[in-house]
Design a protein. Sequence first.
Length: 297
Amino acid sequence: MNIITNHFSIKDIENLSGIKAHTIRIWEKRYQLFEPKRTDTNIRYYVVEDLKKILNVSLLVSKGLKISKISKLSDDEIREAVILQVANSNSSEGFENAVLMAMLNFDQNQFELIYNKLTAEFSFREIFNNLFIPLLYKIGLQWQSDTITPAHEHFISNLITQKLHVNIERVNQTDNVVNDKVFVLFLPLQEIHQLGLLFIQYELILKGYKTIFLGERVPLESLESVFKLHKNISFISYFTVFPPKEKVIEYLKSFEQKYLKNGNKLLVGGRNVEGIELEGILNVEVFKDFKALLKYV
C-alpha cells in the first residue's frame, strides 16, 4: 500500500476516521476491537490494518449498529457487513470511508467502482454536495495536520475534477441558454484550486446560462478581452491565496473601476474575503458557499 506511512498515531486515526481518540481507546479496552502496537519508548501506534478496521467500524456505527455487536464479529464479518451496508445505502454519504481508503491506496479502480455505484443511485449534484465536498473538506484538514500528503489530496482532487469535466461536457451539449447573461469564471494570479469553480460552472449550465471558464492564474488585465466582447457579465471568483487579505479591497476597487461601471457584477468567495467591508464598492457580492452563490443567479 502506497500511503504516507505504515505507522499512525491515535491523532492520525482520529483525523482520518472522525472518531474521537477517547472513543477509540474505549473500543480497545472495553471491546478489544484493536490492539495497537508500541514503540521502543512505549508510545502507542497503529498500522494500516488497524486503520482499515477503524474506518469500517466507524461506518457500521454510523449506520446504527451497536459497538457491542460489532465487537463480536470477526474481521471478515465486519468487512462483509460494510459491503452490505454500502450496497444497500440510500445515501451517498455512506461511501466517504470507501473513497478515503481508495485515496490512501492511490487506487483509481476502487474509486471508479464506488463512483459507478453512486451514479446508478444519485445525481451528480447529490454526489458532489453530499460526498465530494465533505470529503475534500476533511482531506484539507488532514493535509494541514500532516496525516496525509499533498499527493493524496492531488490524487483524489484530480479524479473528482475528471468527473466534473465529463459532466460539464454532457450538460454543455444541450441547447438550453435562457437569457443573455454571461458568467465569466476565473481565479486570480497564484490561485490554483479550480475544482469549486468547475462545479459552479456545472450548476450554471444546468440553469441554462452561458459560461466562459477561464480557470486559474488569470491576470486582472487579461479580462479586458472578455469585457469588450460581452455585456451583462457576472464575474465569479475565489480569493483564498491571492489577493492577500490586506490587498483585497484594493483589488476589488480596481476591478470595479475596470469592469463593473456598466452594471456588470463580481461574485466572490473564499477565506480572503470573509468579513471584509464592501462600503463604497458597488456591484460586488461576497458569497459564503455554493448554495449562497446560486441565490444570486
